[in-house]
Design a protein around this ligand. Structure first.
Ligand SMILES: *[C@@H]1O[C@H](CO)[C@@H](O)[C@H](O)[C@H]1NC(C)=O
Ligand SMILES: *[C@@H]1O[C@H](CO)[C@@H](O)[C@H](O)[C@H]1NC(C)=O
Ligand SMILES: *[C@@H]1O[C@H](CO)[C@@H](O)[C@H](O)[C@H]1NC(C)=O
Length: 371
């Protein structure tokens, strides 16, 4: 995988040299190579920060993809658009992702829960929401307008192109330069990897929010909320896709699992960001809340600036896809000498510089980027 990529870089350099006598533009050196990103998420009402972080980090965002994890894909795509409208960033397109996981359905998920125990947060598979929250179960295509506290989007989603085919096309256009960021289910990433067998190796990297390891005890020693923040809904909503994506030959896979719980949201930080008043700091201050850590933001910061990462382990990784297992949809890590065949190594992030990430978030919201 690395070999393929460095070979591609060599070829680029060679072609740059050989064409230097002609009028074509010389290739950039790897350090100057422009970085692109596709951000795939189960977008919610206050989910613009990863977008701002990527733009502030000099990445060009090719598009936002929607997936089904916390809520159904269609609602999530509209939240993506609403967040872009609020941030005046509608130059970025929203690509509708797959509404359904590869195999999983609410019924199948509840059958699994009956066998193995309930999850505190069941994402889109939770019993049908009735109270103005993002939709769960029921009709996957319905939009719940009351849940758009950021404002219902004025524009509409272009349904003519799917997120997976967009990912494939963009990686073909910019080989070695596109970071795929996944902070929800991995359905679209798996579909792209299956559509084009060169997709993963020609991307730059896959950065994932999710993939907790050894958190079972944390589901017991505290309250249901502690169990909640240690459950892996992003992978569990579509275990088969998670396995396909996390074993695909991306040059690098970065996992922000347990570490995503490292930076708690605090009232003091919400207030500090709101010292500068704009629509983004207001929405963040009034509606982000202090219940959940900065999950998606941590993964985005890791993608943008590897300097925030303080400690990592290289691990070979698999996803449990046995329906009869209590760990269905959770990851298992191996060292090379002991792993089964077919796995690949990932960079498992253990510790990040929380103050630096909060500094990046604050700057991005107080001084937001434009199109
Ligand atoms: C977006 O543009 C509107 C209209 O110009 C402006 O009032 C608003 O503050 C802008 N939002 C941000 C986040 O800059
Ligand atoms: C990195 O994190 C791992 C897992 O938490 C820990 O065992 C190890 O001691 C850490 N290493 C450093 C240098 O902090
Ligand atoms: C990860 O796997 C790649 C490809 O097999 C290999 O080149 C690289 O050395 C591995 N990294 C580590 C740290 O083991």
């Amino acid at each position: 995988m690395w070999f393929t990529r460095s070979l591609a870089v060599c070829l680029l350099v060679v072609s740059g040299v050989s064409s230097s006598s002609s009028s074509s533009t010389p290739s950039a050196t790897p350090a100057q190579t422009k970085r692109y990103a596709i951000l795939d998420n189960d977008w919610g009402a206050v989910s613009f920060i990863p977008i701002l972080l990527a733009l502030k980090g000099d990445m060009e965002i090719l598009g936002l993809a929607s997936n089904t994890a916390n809520t159904w894909q269609r609602q999530s795509a509209h939240h993506a658009l609403a967040n872009l409208e609020l941030a005046n960033l509608t130059c970025i397109p929203v690509l509708p992702g797959s509404t359904h996981p590869l195999l999983h359905t609410p019924h199948r998920f509840h059958t699994w829960e009956a066998l193995h125990g309930a999850l505190p947060w069941q994402g889109a598979f939770a019993p049908e929401s009735q109270d103005g929250n993002d939709p769960t179960s029921g009709d996957p295509d319905r939009l719940v307008r009351e849940a758009f506290i950021e404002g219902f989007p004025r524009g509409s989603i272009d349904e003519s192109r799917s997120a997976a085919s967009f990912m494939v096309d963009m990686v073909r256009r910019y080989p070695g330069q596109v970071s795929i960021y996944s902070a929800g289910a991995l359905t679209n990433v798996a579909l792209a990897a299956r559509l084009d067998s060169k997709f993963a190796e020609n991307a730059r990297e896959l950065v994932v929010m999710g993939g907790y390891v050894d958190v079972n005890m944390l589901q017991v020693v505290g309250d249901v909320e502690l169990a909640n923040v240690n459950s892996d809904i992003n992978l569990m909503i579509d275990p088969e896709s998670a396995k396909i994506a996390l074993t695909a030959p991306f040059p690098e896979i970065l996992i922000a699992g347990n570490v995503a719980n490292q930076i708690p949201s605090t009232q003091a930080f919400l207030d500090e960001v709101h010292e500068v008043r704009n629509p983004l700091t207001r929405l963040f201050h009034d509606h982000y809340g202090t219940e959940f850590p900065f999950w998606d933001e941590t993964a985005a910061a890791v993608m943008v600036d590897r300097g925030v990462v303080l400690n990592t382990t290289t691990a070979y990784i698999d996803v449990d896809v046995a329906f009869g297992s209590p760990n269905y949809g959770n990851i298992h890590v191996y060292q090379k000498a002991l792993m089964p065949p077919g796995l690949r190594n990932v960079t498992y992030v253990h510790r990040v510089d929380g103050e630096r990430i909060k500094g990046m978030m604050k700057e991005a919201m107080q001084n937001p980027p434009s199109c």
